[in-house]
Design a protein around this ligand. Structure first.
Ligand code: HEC
Length: 153
């Protein structure tokens, strides 16, 4: 029992360090609300493995997978992105309106680039990287949600 604890202790420490780092980055930037970033439960979505795909697999699958992805993505978006990009993906001006991304694979590539790597300018964080926090499944679920929001007039 004790031995087992010693084995998992470093993993827990690393996990806590990553989570608190994310929180630190996000809490230094202002936005809507103060919801802490959240890992997203993607149960029911087809697992995607660790190689990053170029195109939204849930849109390609269509049907119930796509519907479930949109639903999961809505809560994932509200927990992790709305503070900057606006509730229901309607930008309040702090960060770009993600509904304006291109449809299809071009928008997919740009979306994944930003979400995985984040963005900083002159050493200042503008957007955190979500690589450590969100699974690939969660990222595509959020993309499914934002790409199906009605575009602004
Ligand atoms: C701390 C604020 C913040 C959070 C949280 C945040 N973003 Fe961003 N995001 C930004 C800013 C600022 C930019 C603009 C960066 C630039 O100038 O290219 C941006 C850019 C983007 C872009 C590129 C938009 C474009 O038109 O080029 C996408 C896509 C994006 N974010 C998606 C997301 C998603 C999805 C999440 C949640 C998982 C998220 N962001 C969370 C601040 C944030």
């Amino acid at each position: 029992m004790k031995k087992q604890y010693i084995r998992i202790a470093p993993a827990i420490f690393v996990l806590l360090a990553v989570v608190s780092l994310q929180f630190l980055i996000v809490s230094t930037t202002r936005g809507h609300g103060d919801v802490a970033p959240q890992a997203v439960d993607t149960e029911g979505l087809e697992p995607l493995g660790s190689d990053f795909l170029e195109e939204n697999p849930y849109r390609l699958a269509g049907g119930e997978q796509y519907e479930l992805a949109i639903e999961i993505g809505a809560s994932g978006y509200n927990q992790n992105c709305a503070r900057c990009h606006g509730l229901e993906a309607i930008s309040g001006g702090i960060a770009p309106d993600v509904r304006l991304l291109e449809d299809g694979i071009l928008g997919d590539e740009w979306f994944m680039e930003r979400v995985r790597k984040g963005y900083s300018q002159n050493g200042a964080y503008k957007m955190p990287s979500f690589q450590e926090l969100l699974s690939q499944e969660a990222m595509w679920a959020i993309r499914s949600y934002t790409e199906t929001r009605p575009k602004p007039e």
